[in-house]
Design a protein around this ligand. Structure first.
Ligand code: PMP
Length: 370
C-alpha cells in the first residue's frame, strides 16, 4: 500500500482516494467478482450493476441518515450541471420564478449566474469585495417569494465554509456540498436539495450525487432537458440514461470505507484535527503564512494561504511549492484565479499526510525567519 502513498496529494479535486479503495478497484478491474468482465464493460441494466448502484445508495442513506421522503440520485454533469438543474427544476416552485442566492465565493457566484438564465436571481446581500467571510445572517435580505434559497457549504477556491446550516425561515434550502460532503454529519431534513460532485470526498469525477425531497419534484420548467429532470431520473432509479457506472462503483467503495472508518462523525473529528494543525502553523507564523479568511468561516477542507504578505511574495511561494514538490507533496498551488497556496484536506488525506505538510511548513518558517 505504501507504494501508492509515497506521494502526498493535497489536490482540490479530483483528489486523493483511500489506497485500499484503489487496490480493491485494481483487484476487480479485469474480472469483477468472478463474472469475467469489468464494471467498465457491464450493462447498466444488468443485475450486477443494479447491485452496485443499490449498495452505493444504501451506504449513503445509512451514513447520512437520509429520511425516506428523499430520493438519492447518481447523475452525470458535475456540480456545474447542477447549477443549471437546480433552477430548471425548482425555480418554478413559486409563481415569481425567483430564487435567493447566498454568494460566498467563486462557486456560488457561478451557480447564481447560471440560474439567471432561467428566472430571477436575488442576492441576499450586496456582492462582497472579497470572498473572505460569511456576512452575519442578521444582514441577509431573504425574499419570502423566493422558490428556494441557495448556498455553497464549502467554497473550494476561497476556503470559506459554513459551520452551521443557515436558518432561512423555512424556505426550501438548496446546498452545493461538493467539497465538504460527508466530512461531517448533516441533518438532511433541513434541506430541500443537496448536491455534491464525487471527486473530492466520495470518489472520482463523473458522478454527482443529488439528494432531493420528494415533494419538490415535478415542477421542472418545460425547457428542462429530460436528463436533468429530477422527477424523471428518480422515476427511473438514476437509469433514464446510461449513468457513470464506474464512478458510481468507486463511490460505493469509498462510502464503504467511510463506514468502516467510523462514518461522518469520525471524518469530522479527523478533519478538525487536520485543519487545526495547518491553521495553527499559519496563525503562529508571525505573518509569514497568511490566510485571508476570517477565523469563523475558515474551511476544514481547503486551506488557502499566501506567503510573505496578504498578497503573496511570488518568489517565496514558488520556493515553497518547489520544495514541497521535491518532498513528494503535490497539488499545493492555489486556484489559478486567486494564486498562492491551497492545501486540500479531504477525507482520504490522513493525519500522517498532514503532519508531514505541517513539519515542512514549520521547517520553511524556521529557515525564513531567523
Ligand atoms: N461546486 C464546488 C464547491 C466545486 O468545488 C466544484 C468543482 N471544483 C464545482 C461545484 C463544479 O464541479 P464540476 O467541475 O464537477 O462541474
Amino acid at each position: 500500500m505504501d507504494i501508492i502513498t509515497q506521494v502526498l496529494n493535497f489536490g482540490a479535486g479530483p483528489a486523493k482516494l483511500p489506497p485500499s479503495v484503489l487496490l480493491e478497484a485494481q483487484k476487480e478491474l479485469i474480472d469483477y467478482k468472478g463474472l469475467g468482465i469489468s464494471v467498465l464493460e457491464m450493462s447498466h441494466r444488468s443485475s450486477d450493476f443494479t447491485k452496485i448502484l443499490n449498495t452505493a445508495e444504501v451506504f449513503m442513506r445509512e451514513l447520512l441518515n437520509i429520511p425516506d421522503n428523499y430520493k438519492v440520485l447518481f447523475l452525470q454533469g458535475g456540480g456545474s450541471g447542477q447549477f443549471s438543474a437546480v433552477p430548471l427544476n425548482l425555480i418554478g416552485l413559486k409563481e415569481a420564478k425567483s430564487a435567493d442566492y447566498i454568494i460566498t465565493g467563486a462557486w456560488s457566484a457561478k451557480a447564481a449566474k447560471e440560474a439567471e438564465k432561467y428566472g430571477k436571481v436575488k442576492l441576499v446581500y450586496p456582492k462582497l469585495a472579497s470572498y473572505t467571510e460569511i456576512p452575519d445572517p442578521s444582514s441577509w435580505n431573504l425574499d419570502p417569494e423566493a422558490s428556494y434559497v441557495y448556498y455553497c457549504a464549502n467554497e473550494t477556491v476561497h476556503g470559506v465554509e459554513f459551520q452551521d446550516i443557515p436558518d432561512v425561515n423555512g424556505a426550501v434550502l438548496v446546498c452545493d456540498m461538493s467539497s465538504n460532503f460527508l466530512s461531517r454529519p448533516v441533518d438532511i431534513s433541513k434541506f430541500g436539495l443537496i448536491f455534491a460532485g464525487a471527486q473530492k470526498n466520495i470518489g472520482c469525477a463523473g458522478v454527482t450525487v443529488v439528494i432531493v425531497r420528494e415533494d419538490l419534484m415535478g415542477f421542472a420548467l418545460k425547457e428542462c432537458p429530460t436528463i436533468l429532470d429530477y422527477k424523471i431520473q428518480a422515476g427511473n432509479g438514476s437509469l433514464y440514461n446510461t449513468p457513470p457506472c464506474f464512478s458510481i462503483y468507486i463511490t460505493g467503495l469509498v462510502l464503504e470505507w467511510i463506514k468502516n472508518n467510523g462514518g461522518a462523525k469520525c471524518m469530522e473529528k479527523l478533519s478538525i484535527m487536520k485543519s487545526e494543525m495547518i491553521y495553527n502553523i499559519i496563525d503562529e507564523s508571525s505573518g509569514l503564512f497568511v490566510c485571508p479568511v476570517e477565523k469563523k468561516s475558515r474551511s476544514r477542507m481547503n486551506i488557502p494561504f499566501r506567503i510573505g504578505s496578504i498578497t503573496g511574495d511570488g518568489a517565496l511561494e514558488r520556493e515553497f511549492l518547489a520544495k514541497a514538490a521535491a518532498l513528494g507533496m503535490m497539488s499545493l498551488k492555489g486556484h489559478r484565479s486567486v494564486g498562492g497556496i491551497r492545501a486540500s484536506l479531504y477525507n482520504a488525506v490522513t493525519v500522517d499526510d498532514v503532519e508531514k505538510l505541517a513539519d515542512f511548513m514549520r521547517h520553511f518558517k524556521e529557515t525564513h525567519q531567523s
